[in-house]
Design a protein around this ligand. Structure first.
Ligand SMILES: C[S@@+](CC[C@H](N)C(=O)[O-])C[C@H]1O[C@@H](n2cnc3c(N)ncnc32)[C@H](O)[C@@H]1O
Length: 239
């Protein structure tokens, strides 16, 4: 596993940013909810080295850990205590194109800081697939970076102008908007969400929203990635 960067998070091996060392309140809700249902699998999309999946396994959940990069999942497996390994399934692949489940087979899905790497059509397609895979009582826990995120603060005026003009995805930002110290860790454009974008995307995919709010990342992100307490936006959504 790479070294911790700026005392707070660990770089991914495929230039998709960093894995945090702590979970946010929405990921913690996923962990608590998934561990109530040890007999039914829950999925984490973009699990990286497993900060949330390992906590959920420790609490008794049955976890399918997905990531684009199988090297991340191999490290997750190495970090997983032997006692929990029978409740862990690794599922490498590009969500949503390369993974599939039976209708109504998943109890919970966590996608923490992954959907902001997707273009709009992939966001909606991915959400619809998750809805199909969840049980009737199942829940989606989703967290994304917002434009009010220190790493891309140069982008805020562009985003605000696009938002005023009514752009469908006002948060599409290219690498030039990134803090130069973070550019080596990200390869692609990013599609930052605000509360309105996340609300609209979830509704368009047919979800009801149980809870949605901004997340203050103080103490979890390095100072350079903080802005004004709205660094991420999270939601719990149901069918
Ligand atoms: C910024 S990291 C987030 C890691 C962790 N969930 C967290 O919140 O700290 C994004 C992770 O999502 C994975 N990822 C990106 N696009 C993906 C896709 N289409 N399917 C599956 N995983 C993806 C990356 O490989 C990386 O491990």
């Amino acid at each position: 596993m790479p070294e911790i960067f700026e005392d707070h998070y660990i770089p991914t091996l495929n230039q998709t940013g960093f894995m945090t060392l702590e979970v946010d309140e929405y990921s913690q809700e996923f962990i608590n909810y998934a561990s109530f249902f040890p007999d039914r699998p829950s999925l984490e999309i973009g699990a990286a080295y497993g900060v949330a999946s390992l906590k959920a396994l420790k609490q008794g959940a049955h976890i399918i850990a997905n990531d684009l990069d199988n090297r991340h999942l191999e490290i997750l497996k190495q970090q997983c205590p032997q006692d929990y390994k029978d409740r862990l399934t690794l599922l490498p692949g590009n969500f949503p194109e390369e993974i599939d489940f039976e209708e109504g087979s998943l109890q919970a899905v966590l996608a923490c800081r992954v959907f902001h790497f997707f273009p709009g059509d992939k966001i909606i397609e991915g959400l619809k697939k998750i809805k199909h895979w969840l049980t009737d009582q199942g829940k989606l826990f989703i967290i994304n970076e917002t434009p009010y995120f220190g790493t891309t603060k140069a982008f805020i005026p562009i985003y605000e102008e696009r938002k005023k003009a009514g752009a469908e995805w006002p948060g599409l930002a290219d690498l030039n908007c990134f803090d130069p110290t973070k550019r080596p860790f990200v390869e692609c454009t990013i599609n930052l969400f605000d509360a309105d974008t996340l609300t609209r995307a979830l509704h368009e995919a047919g979800f009801k929203i149980e809870k949605l709010s901004y997340i203050n990342r103080e103490g979890v992100f390095p100072k350079s990635a903080l802005y004004d307490g709205r660094e991420s936006v999270g939601a719990v959504a149901v069918k």
